[in-house]
Write a protein that binds this ligand. Structure first.
Ligand code: FAD
Length: 170
């Protein structure tokens, strides 16, 4: 775990606005044990508008060195770390001839931020291919959440998520 006492959130924010705050960088899932309540987890901060003021909140950024895992190659079932950007995930999957998330390439979010918002296009949302979400202490199937348009009802830190994708047509 790395604690940056004076981190300028404008460095992280997509639109480069934000005050100086305490930022906790999570490098291992066990690091969460050391964090008390009242924290705000950040993805790429592409859907958050920070105020130019002091915050009491602790800000948390995931930097767990987890890689995208292929769980079942025949059925294209993959686990993607929550802190990974959707662009990076699509690029890695494309190299393995796995598709199904390409529509989301223009979205500047992470997997965690996208699931929290149930982000997507007018025709498709990130939850459409979801099987389950892994949080700090548990694992929840898709039905556990109330996915609606740009809403998930998720209220805990997402660590990774498992998706059912498809083989790319060559
Ligand atoms: C140019 C541009 C284009 C965009 N296009 C689209 C679009 O086409 N469709 C669309 O739906 N959205 C779009 N967005 C909005 C935004 O990119 C998405 O909502 C994206 O899902 C936000 O992801 P993020 O990682 O940046 O999350 P953040 O902005 O960092 O966080 C958003 C919320 O998710 C929570 N969160 C983040 N990570 C986690 C985690 N690991 N666990 C639990 N909660 C978490 C945060 O606490 C926060 O409440 C766009 C934004 C921009 C700037």
């Amino acid at each position: 775990m790395k604690i940056i006492n004076k981190f300028n959130l404008s460095e992280l924010s997509y639109i480069h606005i934000g005050p100086v705050v305490k930022l906790i960088v999570i490098e291992h899932i066990n690091d969460f044990i050391n964090i008390v309540d009242n924290y705000k987890i950040l993805g790429n901060a592409s859907n958050i508008l920070f105020k130019e003021k002091q915050y009491d909140t602790q800000f948390v950024k995931l930097n767990i060195n987890d890689e995208l895992k292929i769980i079942d190659p025949d059925n294209c079932i993959v686990e993607i770390p929550a802190g990974m950007s959707i662009k990076k995930a699509i690029n890695i999957l494309s190299g393995m001839n796995i598709g199904g998330l390409e529509e989301f390439y223009p979205i500047p979010g992470t997997i965690g931020g996208m699931l929290f918002m149930n982000a997507g296009t007018p025709d498709k949302s990130i939850s459409d291919n979801l099987i389950k979400i892994n949080t700090i202490n548990d694992s929840f199937g898709k039905k556990h959440f109330k996915f609606e348009y740009r809403y998930s009802g998720i209220n805990e830190a997402i660590i990774s998520a498992v998706f059912k994708l498809k083989k790319k047509q060559i």
